[in-house]
Design a protein around this ligand. Structure first.
Ligand code: UD1
Length: 331
């Protein structure tokens, strides 16, 4: 059985779908601090199989121990963690406490139960602001621009050291680029708390009339049209990457790192244009100053994941825009 910590969230729920579709038994542990229990039933509607669910905080050692006692868990995909960049700057201790505690408690409990396989939900943010794009896995990690990023950096380090100390352990670190979109059923997707920080949830809320207009942060970057460029990847492609990573972890020991991106950069204005064209809705926007901590452009070299895992992203920016809007309309 595969344990998904934080499996009720945006990326976790899509990964649950793909793992179940691939024949895995899944149990989800989530404290629902940024998600809802109704996701289980929705995963069930998509796959025909509702995953087991326990509402626990993964940093709670006794609760996690009980979970490992109840289910025969042979692999873990670790998503549980806080992820709002701005909040992490304002409340760094909360981020370090939560993101590190969940990881340490998880690794201790895994060790006690002889579970030695873990896939970690990391981020391209660990490349930092000084590395040039395209980012390749062999680059030394850079200076992160915020505490959220540093927690990803630190968890990567902790897991790598744990695997170095245990020759039977298998760790796969997945560095995500910018996930967008939703399941094409419209049943699961990203549900931000309050005002969205990330681009696509903001755009879909403007389209839905919840927000008046998009602020485009910076139009004087050295990019195709002056706006920020990112490597946007459809969340279903990303989820499928986890299935491949788990298959890899089942056959190998040690630590391996993979970028999950498309290798293509898209600007903010290109996203706005695609969204308007595909969905036939207008997105009013205005240019605003650069956002602190943003960099002009970054994108992946995804060739290692293709070579080693046999995985590549298949969906397009148009798919991402269409699926994000379908999900928003259903909310
Ligand atoms: C950030 C994090 C990344 C994290 C991701 C998803 C860093 C450096 N980046 O990525 O690690 O995985 O969030 O949580 O820590 N934009 C606007 N207007 C908006 C919102 C965004 O113009 O209202 C622009 C941004 O300036 C940027 C692009 O859209 O150019 C993407 O921004 P966003 O979706 O927030 O993701 P990142 O900052 O790239």
């Amino acid at each position: 059985m595969v344990l998904l910590t934080g499996g009720a969230g945006y990326i976790g729920s899509h990964t649950a779908v793909e793992l179940i579709n691939a024949g895995y038994d899944v149990v989800i542990a989530d404290d629902l601090s940024n998600s809802e229990e109704s996701v289980m039933e929705r995963i069930g509607r998509i796959t025909g199989k509702t995953p087991a669910f326990r509402r626990i905080d993964v940093a709670d050692g006794a609760a996690l121990e009980a979970l490992f006692g109840e289910f025969e868990i042979d692999s873990v995909v670790h998503f549980a963690g806080f992820k709002a960049v701005g909040e992490s700057v304002a409340q760094p201790i909360k981020y370090y406490r939560n993101n590190l505690d969940t990881t340490l408690t998880l690794l201790e409990t895994m060790k006690r139960f002889g579970c030695r396989r873990v896939v970690f939900s990391s981020s391209a943010t660990v490349y930092g602001e000084d590395n040039p794009s395209p980012y390749v896995e062999e680059m030394p990690e850079g200076r992160c621009t915020n505490p959220y990023g540093w927690t990803k950096f630190m968890v990567e380090r902790i897991m790598t050291d744990a695997a170095s100390a245990d020759p039977e352990m298998s760790v796969v670190l997945l560095r995500y680029f910018n996930p967008l979109g939703a399941h094409e059923s419209g049943l699961i997707g990203e549900k931000p708390n309050g005002i969205p920080n990330n681009l696509m949830p903001y755009i879909t809320q403007v389209a839905a009339g919840i927000r008046e207009k998009l602020s485009v942060f910076g139009n004087d970057y050295d990019t195709v049209d002056g706006t920020g460029v990112r490597d946007y990847i459809h969340v279903v492609d990303l989820a499928k990457g986890h299935v491949k990573a788990l298959e890899y972890a089942e056959k190998n020991t040690g630590t391996e790192i993979f970028n999950l991106g498309t290798g293509r950069g898209t600007s903010v204005l290109e996203i706005v244009d695609a969204f308007e064209r595909v969905n036939g809705v207008k997105i009013p926007y205005e240019f605003a100053p650069r956002r602190a901590g943003d960099i002009a452009s970054f994108y992946a070299d995804p060739s290692k994941a293709e070579r080693v895992l046999g995985w590549r992203a298949e969906k397009t920016i148009d798919d991402m825009c269409r699926d994000s809007w379908r999900w928003q309309k259903g909310c």
